[in-house]
Design a protein around this ligand. Sequence first.
Ligand code: SF4
Length: 370
Amino acid sequence: MFRSIYAHFPFCESKCHYCDFYSLGKERTRSEDPLLFEKALRVECSLISDKLDSELETLFFGGGTPSMTAFDSMARAIEPLWSRTQLGPDTEWTMEANPSSVDLTSLRQFRSLGVNRISMGMQALRPDLLTLLGRVHSQEQGLKALETLFEAGFENVSVDLLCGVPGQSLKDVEAALQTLCSFPIQHLSCYLLTLPGHHKMAKDLPDEDTQLSHLLFVDEWMVGQGFEHYEISNYAKPGRKSKHNLRYWQGASYLGLGPSAHSYCSSTQQRWKNFSSLHKYATSLIEEKKLPTEAKEKLTPRQIHLESWMLALRLSDGFPLQWLESATQRSRAKILESQGLLENHPADPQRLRLTPRGFALSDQIIAALS
Ligand code: SF4
């Protein structure tokens, strides 16, 4: 039985220049697509409803831009879920939003549906960086949207910001953090901009030392503001870690709905993925009355081992000392400690964890320890 749902809403106002999620900008969306998606998602919700626990722990509506969805359409699409499950007093229901797709009325409507956490895609504040990234909102719209979230009564608000953007200085990062933290935000996700080598902006990305300086600066600044750096790219005020993302990082089960969504079942150790095409997804559900599964795999013991390391090293809880089974692992851990990349967990001497510098270099460390 599943206690967590991710739903992928595939529409965006415009495709951002760095985006590799499955999302259709307005230029690629036909007028009938939103209704097609609503119908397909409704069928998917009814097909999976008997796999749900009687109470949900987390829902996460991502995308794409779920906040572009008309409230009535979203409510109709997910209505079959409520025949088998319900929200509890502690259910966390996050919806991603973009500044140009929210207003007071729609936010209040989403709140009345049960959404109680908003993850706002701000990404940058400097106008020319917003343009470079292909974001459709202005700085003013971004800040106004944040104000509107609080006015609509949301208390659990997260903001997404990018660092390591071409042309972005440490002063820009500081100015953005200062402005964002002048709002009562509870969570910040700060990702390093990464692009495939063939991308036209890839050659303009800052060098590794600059990227590292951005990441370490954000760590120091956010911790100074009372946030816990609890995952490589995530910071939370006490009690405000993302419950949904923690379930991914702790290897718990979740069901993914919508085109391109992934699912994982921890008891069978299987993961599967929906079609990354709205039309294949909708055809499978509406015409064939079949779940839109494109691929399914059972994880091998080696994959499970590697994933456990990868997930544990992402989190500030780290991993237990007994995971260092071989002499080679123990000696590598000693070297990483001496390099300031690994440290004893301050609250539990039986655990080790990455330092902020270690978080920034986590890929190499996972390879060394696992
Ligand atoms: S708003 Fe998000 S999902 Fe949509 S194109 Fe931009 S980065 Fe991608």
